[in-house]
Write a protein that binds this ligand. Structure first.
Ligand code: SAH
Length: 390
């Protein structure tokens, strides 16, 4: 097996358990480098560090799969890892729908698997893990006997790995429009054409958090996607709910979701640009009791963090202005590039500009089925804040 030796001086990151080895951390390589192959990684002094997959085309040269020298990377390895990920979800009580595999946090770098009741949706985001797709699918069939498995690899990040964007069935074809249950509601999920894997499981716990504050309230949700927060608001006895999203497809699904839960009289949706709409309504001094904001990442790269912050600040400022005194702002950010303290600072700046005082109700992160590893920074990515605005 090809041997990768790290430089003498390397950052503690890898030693402390982070699975990524960057190209500039590597001193020398013994043996052939074939993209996607399994390699052994050693420290400068020759002691074994771990085993993983290599891709010279990627800035992350090796992603480690194990630090146990005796553990081989084969079909059995993937069966064991997936069983372990499933056992963990069962233990913490995420059974029907869950993020079954959250990449690095499940010692399966660049692999994402969402379980929507009897269906599984997979993303293999690096070449080395993509190679093992047949083994992963076999293991999933063994553990779950699912009704269907679908691949949502239509994501640009695969191109950094030299992989094509693609999507399709990894099982016999099935109807990709499914319905899932969450917190006593039902939601349509379009596995084939929905965003990401079709549904945002990471907010499943946070959606329950709005229960008390929406009672009897006029609620505005911007960036509502398929209306999941909106339907929760309706279900929790909001007086009226208005959801906005730029995507016609998302808004059409949101309307169907409201109907599915018999909330169509309370929950209304509009396909508009939320930036423009919030701006106009601020001018018109329109007011709501609760404003919910769950925008997209705004940036995918470190260079553009400032752009993301400007976006977050603008919508939160407008959100605050649209609230009646004592109203509640429910606001989220889903990019790991903006860390929790940066996010809170941004909300604070918006409050100062809007001349509002905030009282924090709760500050949370993603649902527990997306585990956070303290030594892997980017496993903390979702910020979810509820504040009372005076
Ligand atoms: N809260 C949702 C997820 C929201 S994802 C859930 O829990 O399921 C972010 C959404 O913002 C996407 O649906 C995207 O279509 C929408 N979006 C992006 N830019 C927008 C804009 N300028 N105006 C309105 N919606 C926008």
């Amino acid at each position: 097996m090809t041997k990768v030796f790290l430089k003498k001086k390397i950052q503690n990151r890898v030693l402390l358990g982070h699975p990524w080895v960057f190209g500039n951390e590597v001193g020398q390589i013994e043996g052939e480098v074939n993209a996607g192959d399994t390699v052994d990684v050693f420290l400068h002094n020759g002691s074994f560090l771990g085993r993983g997959y290599i891709n010279p085309q990627s800035q992350i040269l090796v992603r480690l799969l194990t630090r146990d020298r005796k553990e081989e990377i084969n079909e059995q390895f993937f069966l064991n890892r997936l069983q372990k990920a499933w056992d963990y979800r069962k233990k913490i009580g995420y059974v029907e729908n869950c993020r079954l595999v959250f990449g690095e946090a499940d010692e399966l770098p660049a692999l994402v698997i969402d379980k929507f009741n009897d269906y599984l949706v997979i993303q293999t985001l690096a070449l080395g893990i993509d190679r093992w797709k047949p083994a992963i699918v076999d293991a999933l069939n063994k553990i779950f006997s699912p009704k269907g498995i679908y691949e949502r690899n239509d994501v640009p990040v695969r191109e950094l790995e030299g992989l094509p964007q693609q999507k399709g069935f990894l099982s016999a074809p099935f109807d990709t429009n499914i319905i899932l249950n969450e917190n006593g509601l039902k939601f349509h999920v379009d596995i084939e054409n929905g965003q990401k894997t079709g549904y945002f499981l990471d907010q499943q716990d946070n959606r329950r958090e709005i229960k008390n504050i929406v009672k009897g309230a006029d609620v505005l949700e911007a960036f509502c996607y398929t209306g999941t927060f909106s339907c929760h608001a309706g279900h929790y006895d909001a007086k009226s709910v208005l959801g906005l999203d730029i995507s016609e497809h998302a808004v059409a699904t949101a309307r169907r979701n409201a109907e599915l839960n018999n909330l169509q009289d309370i929950c209304k949706f509009q396909a508009v640009n939320a930036f423009d709409q919030l701006k106009q309504w601020t001018k018109e001094e329109k007011k709501f009791d609760v404003v919910i904001l769950d925008p997209p990442a705004f940036t995918k790269s470190r260079e553009n963090i400032q752009k993301a912050i400007t976006g977050y600040k603008e919508i939160n400022l407008r959100g605050m202005k649209l609230l009646k005194p004592g109203g509640f702002l429910v606001t989220a950010s889903c990019t790991n590039l903006v860390n929790p303290s940066m996010f809170l600072e941004t909300i604070d700046m918006a409050a100062k500009d809007a001349r509002k005082k905030l009282r924090q109700v709760t500050f949370q992160t993603q649902a527990q089925d997306h585990p956070i590893l303290w030594n892997i920074e980017n496993t903390t990515y979702l910020k979810f804040l509820v504040v009372e605005v005076q």
